[in-house]
Design a protein around this ligand. Sequence first.
Ligand code: ASP
Ligand code: MG
Length: 468
Amino acid sequence: MKFGGVAVANGEKIKRVAYLVKRFKEEGSREKEERNELVVVTSAISTVTDTLYENANRIAKEGNVEKVKEFVDGLRDKHVLTASEAIDNRDELSEVKAEIKERIAEIERALIGICLLGELTPRSLDYISSFGERLAAPILAGTLRSLGMEAVHLTGGEAGIITNEEYGNAQLTWGVERGIRERIMPLLEDKIPVVAGFIGETMKGTITTLGRGGSDYTATIIGAAIDADEIWLWKETEGIMSADPKIIKNARKIPYISYVEAMELSYFGASVLHPRAMEPVMRKQIPIRVKNLIKPEDEGTLIGEEPAKTKKAAKAITLIENTSIINVTGTGMMSISEVAARIFSALAAKNVDSIMVSQGSSEMTISLVIESAQLERAIGAIQSINSSGTIIRDFTFNSDVCAMSVVGAGMAGTPGVAGEVFSALGKEGISVIMISQGSSEFNISFVVKREDAYKAAQAIHDVFEMGA
Ligand code: ASP
Ligand code: MG
């Protein structure tokens, strides 16, 4: 069971999580011969990871040691308060408080170093951002113990999640499953392991992170390694939705979705799950459930192997709001593939991810869509390859756009789906700026003017009866 940041946002919520775990354990021993065993994975308390990133950057820039003190004091107070609300047993509480203070002393030392050097490397940023989960896990484990359960907390490394040194987006090393099993299985005999999500460790013991939202991924890595029956990702949402309910009034929960569809949705920024979360479980076909903490009895969304047979080919529509489109036109001095190679390696060097890419056949133009937050970096990257003006003739961008994606396994091999998508938009008088369809055919992505986006989403949601 994985609990997201909102699920552990304060002491009261952490208590609720602990009761839920307790009920699951007890139900298991009542109803079945075998008892229920579980591993708990926790995110950082909601917003803490963001704060860590922001402050690490700010502290490196400003170089004011006083600000480090201010920040870590706030961080300590928040976690001590949360622990005090969550943990009733006094001995447990004082143990957890002592641990929080140790962690805070560590982060303070690191931040002072960063502050004095004025330098924040990807490696130190991973170390700093790991503290959210490393502070949350002891609190949740202490809360479980306070309710009479045997619980121990582990970092990602202690749970066997060993990665390479790709800081910020670390990749698992070969054969980690065995190490995870060796560490987790013996604990399950009589304990509940509470693993800090999001983080791993290199072979040398340096802390790494698995990318934003990485706690989902931690849960599925561990679930796959120990051959879990199911993986439950607890959120404060109904499950995976056909569209954002804030935008589409009749958006509804998707009861069943396949791994590949869930992956498409995540890749397209639907912030449903970590995009790599499906990878570890696909081969073993372990079902994932996205469950609603507010209605724990609810089935949530089940994610499994088979694409569900639905009346309509498309299941969900997602949109990424703050996107920019960039058009780069070559001079013709180089082939378009050489220009593309230059552009993409320059973007990669500046950590810019393109969400969509398209290239017309007749022109020397490549269009790409990125998050607007990365626009400045992208412009810098493209200028860097064109210092002498021989590669790129023209370069424009537009930040007034919205990227959208229609997802559904039923689209593969079904003629006319794209036609339905674009005629629905046409009927609304919405013009499409850019189109791309992956060859998996599980999604069609396109770009419209920002002001048209919500209308476009509603039109597509209606045409495919996603709310029915
Ligand atoms: N705390 C991390 C983040 O905010 C990981 C997670 O929540 O899954 O990205
Ligand atoms: Mg999260």
